[in-house]
Design a protein around this ligand. Structure first.
Ligand SMILES: Cc1cc2nc3c(=O)[nH]c(=O)nc-3n(C[C@H](O)[C@H](O)[C@H](O)COP(=O)(O)O)c2cc1C
Ligand SMILES: [Fe+2]
Ligand SMILES: [Fe+2]
Length: 396
């Protein structure tokens, strides 16, 4: 094994899940990693485990650096199974290790893996464990990503291990930000934020502020997914601040639709032309062909989102309904939403979409466009004007 060292005595022992394409419904075109870190000092600590199917690989990596029986602490920053399902197997081998988690982490470990985890010791913000030359300090981070989540900070090495925060689903041979393509890295960091963390934007902004106020220096951010921010940790902090505040929103319109016989698609194309005539950036995505994860990434930096659905059985087409469930749950900040669609007789899709968006508290453009069966020239003109008006609105 090639050793991956963050700093002397701090090693990455995680696994790369190269072929993963679906992470609980989030489409991971570029695979994923589960990062685990081994800290070798007078005492030895393992920060986070990996997905259970890879616990053998984790044990092998650890044993190349030290005996598992020498592990004194296993820190569980987050109980979600991508990080903790390797724990039962590792805990059996690391017989002498104390398991450390937040109070809610302990409860969740017991619920996931049984009463043997009653022995978990709990920590709260500010608590420290001395390893020798190094100190682990804990910062609770409830709801980033689950109620149990916490960050571990290596005081002397100035390394923040924030688990899910600042991660990306990206399988690469490089482990650090200076070893991978920067554009790919930021695209995957954006996709990860948009699909996992976006609904938690206010909490994340507050947590970043809290950490900045603690005045703790950060040389590296070592999340539990993807690459480690070694060269430029400030870059991902700045990106998170822009995403959480809406400052990343640009003059961009994302048009999303689905269609049975092509009418809603004709409308979508006219809307795209109308928006593009106002010199804004426009993206058009068809839901059967694009994953919701991909669409949410496009929406992340858009100021407007225009959604089209044909009417089916008096309501919204299923892929569009599913997308709206996802989008209203993820709560993208500061977007203007518009709706359109084709129908045959009573309609219902546009009304349903508008209601869904309003119920979610989204800002909805007051007009919608609908066309009976195949849109005629007049209806296509209305679509063009609709795109034009929404683009003009976001430009001011
Ligand atoms: C299975 C099916 C169910 C439909 N249900 C309705 C309906 O309940 N109300 C309605 O107004 N139109 C209904 N329509 C008509 C479509 O909304 C209409 O054909 C529309 O132009 C389709 O747009 P598209 O080409 O974008 O799919 C239905 C069509 C199909 C194929
Ligand atoms: Fe998580
Ligand atoms: Fe995770």
């Amino acid at each position: 094994m090639v050793e991956v060292t963050l700093k002397d005595g701090v090693n990455w022992v995680g696994v790369v899940d190269w072929t993963l394409r679906d992470f609980h419904g989030y489409i991971t075109y570029r695979g994923a990693t589960y990062n685990s870190y081994l800290i070798l000092d007078e005492k030895t600590a393992l920060v986070d485990t990996v997905k259970g199917t890879f616990s053998g690989e984790l044990a092998e990596k650890i044993s190349e650096l030290t005996s598992l029986e020498k592990i004194d602490y296993i820190i569980i920053n987050h109980v979600e199974m991508d990080h903790s399902s390797g724990l039962p197997a590792i805990a059996k081998l690391a017989k002498n290790a104390k398991i450390i988690a937040s109070t809610r982490g302990k409860d969740a470990l017991i619920k996931h893996y049984g009463p043997e985890f009653e022995r978990v010791e709990t920590v709260k913000t500010g608590d420290e464990i001395k390893l020798g030359k190094r100190t682990l300090r804990f910062i609770e981070a409830p709801m980033i990503h689950w109620p149990d989540s916490m960050f571990t900070y290596l005081v002397e090495d100035k390394i923040l291990m924030p688990n899910d925060a600042f991660g990306q689903h990206l399988a690469t041979s490089g482990r650090f930000d200076d070893e991978v393509d920067e554009h790919t890295l930021m695209e995957e960091a954006a996709t990860y934020y948009a699909n996992i963390l976006m609904p938690l934007a206010p909490l994340i902004a507050r947590k970043i502020q809290e950490i900045q106020q603690m005045g703790i220096p950060i040389d590296m951010i070592a999340p539990s997914h993807g690459i480690i921010w070694r060269k430029n940790p400030d870059k991902i902090i700045k990106a998170y601040l822009d995403w959480t505040s809406g400052a990343a929103n640009k003059n961009k319109v994302t048009v999303v639709f689905d269609t049975m016989w092509g009418s809603t698609e004709k409308m979508a194309r006219a809307i795209v032309d109308g928006a593009a005539s106002q010199s804004v950036e426009v993206k058009l995505l068809k839901l059967r062909g694009s994953s919701n994860s991909e669409v949410m990434t496009e929406i992340l930096d858009s100021k407007a989102v225009i959604v089209g659905s044909p009417t089916i059985h008096n309501g919204i087409f299923p892929t569009v309904g599913g997308f709206l469930t996802d989008a209203t749950g993820l709560k993208p900040k500061g977007k203007l939403w518009g709706f359109f669609g084709s129908f045959g007789w009573g309609g219902g899709a546009v009304k349903g979409m508008v209601e869904t968006a309003k119920n979610a508290g989204f800002e909805v453009y007051p007009q919608s466009v609908e066309a009976k069966y195949i849109p005629d020239a007049g209806e296509l003109k209305k679509c063009f004007e609709f795109g034009q008006q929404i683009a003009q609105k976001i430009k001011v």
